[in-house]
Design a protein around this ligand. Structure first.
Ligand SMILES: CC(C)(COP(=O)(O)OP(=O)(O)OC[C@H]1O[C@@H](n2cnc3c(N)ncnc32)[C@H](O)[C@@H]1OP(=O)(O)O)[C@@H](O)C(=O)NCCC(=O)NCCS
Length: 160
């Protein structure tokens, strides 16, 4: 567990924070590439595309990754990034939970862990862009206090 203060903290979720460290992502990188390649087939045409994204997250991003583990197996993940220079406004990036692990609160915990990182960064707000078609996301993020911005379809925001 990443420790402290989160309601329903049930899963082993570890974090990598660019520039600050955290878990050694080298040992999980290949699994993460496979997870997103299998998980977002409409987005990644080749496994190398997925690999390039993961390597960017790990090397050049100013953000962070939270991965959910079942023993040593990566079964879910979520990212977050500053929207502009500085850490006032944070965007939650992609998130994914393996189908056989769904409906057990794993994504909710990935949201909670990322909210905690955003607060530690001193963020004032967090946004999520959903693709607007995922029925699951609005109900669970509204439960965590996000509100539809009314600007773009699928765009939700939470003031911290
Ligand atoms: C969306 C997704 C991340 C949810 O992961 P999850 O771990 O199952 O989510 P949780 O268990 O935390 O769900 C919490 C709540 O979300 C809602 N929810 C989750 N899946 C749902 C579904 N298929 N249909 C309707 N509501 C759903 C429910 O309100 C649920 O609470 P409940 O189980 O008490 O009813 C997962 O389905 C997924 O990876 N989908 C494909 C990728 C994707 O859409 N990523 C997000 C955009 S980047």
């Amino acid at each position: 567990m990443t420790g402290g203060g989160i309601e329903n903290e049930r899963y082993d979720i570890r974090t990598f924070i660019a520039g600050k460290g955290g878990i050694d992502m080298e040992q999980y990188k290949d699994q993460l590439v496979k997870l997103i390649f299998d998980g977002f087939p409409e987005y990644y045409h080749t496994e190398d595309d997925a690999k390039a994204d993961v390597e960017w997250e790990l090397r050049e991003s100013l953000g962070a990754i939270a991965i959910a583990l079942d023993r040593d197996k990566v079964v879910g993940y979520g990212t977050l990034h500053p929207l502009h220079e500085g850490y006032d406004e944070i965007l939650f990036g992609d998130a994914y939970v393996l189908p056989s692990y769904r409906r057990r609160g794993m994504y909710t915990q990935l949201v909670d862990v990322r909210l905690r990182i955003a607060r530690e960064w001193g963020a004032k707000s967090v946004e999520i862009m959903t693709d607007g078609t995922n029925v699951a996301i609005p109900s669970l993020i509204e439960r965590r206090g996000f509100k539809f911005t009314g600007i773009l379809p699928g765009n939700y925001r939470k003031e911290l």
